[in-house]
Ligand binder design. Sequence first.
Ligand code: HEC
Length: 213
Amino acid sequence: MKLSRVALYLMAFYFGLTTLLGVSAGGEGIKSTDEPAREIERIYERFADISATMLLSVRNVIAKNQELINRDPETGNYYFKGFVPAIVGSHVANDFSLRTGYKLKQTALKVRNPKNEPDEWEEKALGILEKDKTKKSFGEVTKVGNKDVYRYMKPLYMEKECLMCHSVPEAMPPEIRAYIEKYYTTDEALGYKEGDLRGGISITIPITEWSIP
Ligand code: HEC
């Protein structure tokens, strides 16, 4: 009795997962023996993309609401709080990592905060995305230390809302320029135009046993 209930839960989980991921549940899912490695990669790619896109949405909301965050509605005074997409993004990334074990990070080839410097894999991934702007992402199964992981990079392009903080200093609001010059003395993240690759969201997902056929 007990066992069949466990089996039922497992089946429900499997069908739920395959539906969620858009993978056919008709035998081609995680059980595939034809090209198992590729199949695992596709599943991890979906997980990675959903997670990275969620962080991208959080970032965009923060970028679009700088006026609301920094302007006092009663006095009209502007006080730049430094509550920017990347800072909020780092907090969300840390919280998400604690809950899921996925590691999320915002990085770039030229960074404003040295803490966001890319590692070797991230540098390679950003280089590939920089060369080919039509690529929506770059991901692969690789290793971190002796652990198998799936790593993924989703590009972050410069949009209109990013210009106030990442274009030339002369074009930036004075409060923001002063803040950035004060707190980011080694800033390299200036001089970007709309459409430029500004960086990427990097995600590392540990490959767990359940997914290995
Ligand atoms: C209101 C100012 C502001 C806006 C708007 C803004 N950024 Fe940033 N950005 C910053 C600051 C400040 C940092 C450094 C954050 C830190 O300390 O980690 C940063 C860091 C980053 C990083 C991490 C790598 C690095 O350089 O340290 C990326 C990637 C990034 N920004 C991309 C963007 C994109 C893309 C947009 C538009 C959607 C954007 N930013 C909008 C201020 C801003």
